[in-house]
Write a protein that binds this ligand. Structure first.
Ligand code: PRP
Length: 217
């Protein structure tokens, strides 16, 4: 049995669809209820719904053999796991954002509000800017509006949240998409099952890329 940690929410739903198409279906998961664990012994697969921020913890500690996790969370929490496939779904950007007319004169420490202190620290270290991190847990866009911070480092998908709060993306920190990740010991001891899943996912990604390329041709 291969244990799969799925992030609860839209990304997890899409990830399950891809896994099902790749031959790891588990129809019970589609029933509307509040259960968190579902298994299909015929396909040798067991799924758990967990909070997106916790996928890496389950996988690192081996409670799950594999999982689906956003690159943002992986870079922020740095779990000791293997990243096997870029699924190309859940695409968005990590950005520095603030008032559209914000100008950093570099004269004082820049106040940065974020849910991602490690990513923000790495980024500003690279650009050589002295910052003061203000760690928040959500609704980050409010921080510059209320003067709590000068800018934010946060996820931008459609850009609607920024626009509706009169903010704008100022710099792109990194691109984000969902990754198929694996526990290091499971990779050794459940190698065949993990590779079957990895190959199925890679086939899906390749087919979608080919479709896109055809659409463009
Ligand atoms: C994320 C992110 C932005 C928003 C960006 O928030 O922190 O606020 O989505 O999406 P958009 O560009 O499509 O508007 P999330 O919904 O995860 O909630 P949070 O504010 O609690 O972080």
């Amino acid at each position: 049995m291969i244990n799969v940690a799925l992030p609860k929410g839209r990304l997890g739903d899409r990830a399950y669809e891809i896994l099902a198409k790749a031959g790891f279906e588990c129809p019970a998961i589609l029933e509307k209820n509040r259960k968190l664990v579902f298994e299909n012994p015929e396909k040798g697969v067991r799924y758990f719904w967990v909070k997106p921020w916790d996928v890496g913890v389950y996988v690192e500690r081996g409670a799950a053999d594999v999982g689906i996790c956003g690159r943002d969370i992986l870079l922020e929490n740095r779990p000791d796991i293997y990243e096997l496939v870029d699924l190309g779904i859940g695409k968005c950007r990590m950005c520095v954002a603030g008032p559209a007319d914000f100008y950093d004169d570099g004269l004082r420490t820049l106040r940065v509000a974020t849910k991602f202190p490690n990513i923000a620290t790495d980024y500003y270290e690279k650009v050589g800017r002295d910052i003061d991190i203000i760690k928040l847990n959500g609704s980050i866009e409010i921080a510059p509006i209320l003067g709590l911070s000068d800018v934010i480092v946060d996820i931008v998908e459609t850009g609607n949240t920024l626009r509706e709060n009169h903010l704008a993306p100022l710099e792109t920190v990194l691109g984000i998409s969902a990754r198929f990740v694996c526990n290091k010991i499971s990779f050794q001891f459940k190698h065949d099952e993990v590779m079957r899943m990895k190959n199925g996912l890679e086939e899906y990604v390749a087919a979608r890329e080919a479709e896109k390329a055809e659409g463009k041709a």
